[in-house]
Design a binder for this molecule. Structure first.
Ligand code: IMP
Length: 424
């Protein structure tokens, strides 16, 4: 039975939420393995429209166990808000399990994320300001607070006393900011612990048991491969690894237990925040795609930068994730365009190559052009009913990536999906 990782293959916002929500129908477990509430997964299904940040997109099916794994960083207040919002709309969170090993985002992480961004000035990364980078930094520096620590009054106080003294020195001396009160932070996080205690568990055992019993398990990635700390456009990346390999360390499963990785690609390319983007479109076509696709950040509302599909970066994503199949989303957004471009190579340092160099800012894209189909596709449910030009465009993308195409998405609703194969 499959243990399938669903991975963003570009700069995030590829539509993973919709794909996971759809595949979750046949899964027993949906487990998120990295990132935090910097993510914004939009799901539109029979229950309405939802924006998830931390809770896995399997939550709408009460049969599914939803796990927030050890590789995720959790802002407890943001998680409680999300749980309350779901509950207010009649969605049960009884099956939500939070890893005791997941690290908590603390108030100083959020403060430092924003202060560090300000200090970077023109070199700022354009983070979501949710404390993600500082929380992962503390995890690596071994000064993090884990979700399991929030249910132990003395342990939490002892850890916080040491850490907060250091953080307050940085806040006051380096940034001239107000210090945080140990008593307040301690009490507040104990309350979070109390509220979330029934969900905090050894989630590795849960995933392992499901795999041992041969049940379908979906591993839900957040952000995208090009925001990966190692394989993304460093330093304009997030502070975790959205790639498929991170599902192992982010949940406590072995590489041999993952049966396949599904890469989710948009039919074009978007990016929020700073950093190189070789195929970025600066003219009215970009504006048009942004408006048609409502390409504004789910979390921050920032306009997303728009570009043509970049097959060089797609092949890189294919390599580092080992996709066995792919989903192409948002094809319908391109319905009105008369012509489309796909970047098939880069020109840099006087040569042409199909592998991205370390510094993408030096790359000039080499495009091939394709005719548009100029026909609405949102109502189409079978691949062979797509206009010929649309079929040839997505087939070309799959050919360039070098992998089977299994899903084409032609709208935000669950049913606006063309399945070429049964995935689970
Ligand atoms: P951080 O993850 O908040 O540290 O932000 C680092 C970079 O990742 C910024 O460019 C963000 O815009 C980007 N980023 C983080 N999460 C997402 C996401 O879910 N979708 C798209 N971009 C994201």
């Amino acid at each position: 039975m499959p243990v399938m990782a669903v991975v963003g293959a570009q700069w995030g916002d590829e539509g993973k939420g919709k794909i996971v929500d759809m595949l979750a129908e046949k899964a027993s477990v949906v487990a998120r393995y990295q990132g935090g509430n910097n993510a914004g997964h939009t799901v539109i299904n029979h229950l309405g429209e939802f924006r998830l940040h931390l809770v896995p997109a399997g939550i709408f099916d009460p049969r599914v166990t939803c796990i927030i794994g050890n590789g995720v960083v959790i802002d407890p207040q943001a998680l409680i808000d999300e749980i309350d919002l779901l509950a207010s709309r009649g969605i049960s969170v009884d099956n939500l399990c939070i890893s005791e090993r997941a690290h908590a985002i603390m108030p100083y992480h959020i403060l430092l994320d924003r202060l560090e961004e300000q200090a970077r000035g023109r070199q700022s990364i354009g983070t979501t300001g949710r404390g993600i980078g500082p929380a992962y930094s503390d995890k690596v520096a071994r000064t993090g607070i884990r979700m399991g620590d929030l249910v132990d009054r003395t342990l939490l106080r002892d850890k916080l006393a040491f850490i907060l003294e250091q953080k307050n020195r940085i806040l006051t001396k380096l940034y001239d900011a107000e210090p945080l009160s140990l008593k307040e932070v301690h009490e507040r996080y104990l309350q979070y612990g109390e509220r979330l205690a029934r969900h905090i568990k050894n989630t590795t055992q849960l995933v392992q048991s499901a795999i041992a019993e041969g049940r379908n398990v979906l591993l839900e990635g957040a952000q995208g491969t090009l925001l990966d700390l190692d394989f993304g456009t460093y330093p304009y990346v997030t502070s975790s690894s959205p790639t498929s390999g991170a599902a192992c360390s982010g949940l406590g499963i072995a590489p041999t237990q993952i049966t396949c990785a599904l890469g989710v690609f948009k039919a074009y390319q978007t990016r929020v925040g700073a950093g190189p983007f070789p195929t970025e479109i600066y003219d009215e076509t970009g504006e048009m795609i942004r408006e048609l696709g409502q390409e504004y950040g789910t979390l921050t509302g920032r306009p997303r930068r728009i570009g043509w599909f970049d097959a060089v970066l797609a092949q890189h994503a294919m390599q580092v994730n080992g996709f066995k199949s792919i989903a192409i989303t948002r094809l319908d957004i391109l319905d009105t365009l008369p012509r489309l471009k796909i970047c098939v190579k880069y020109r840099f340092d006087g040569i042409e190559d199909s592998y991205p160099p370390i510094d993408l800012a030096r790359c000039e894209p080499v495009y091939e052009e394709h005719p548009g189909w100029q026909t609405p596709t949102g109502g189409i449910r079978r691949f062979d009913e797509l206009p010929q030009a649309a079929r040839s465009y997505v087939n070309r993308l799959a050919e360039l990536i070098g992998v089977n195409l299994d899903i084409v998405s032609v709208g935000a609703n669950r049913e606006q999906t063309i399945m070429l194969n049964s995935m689970l």
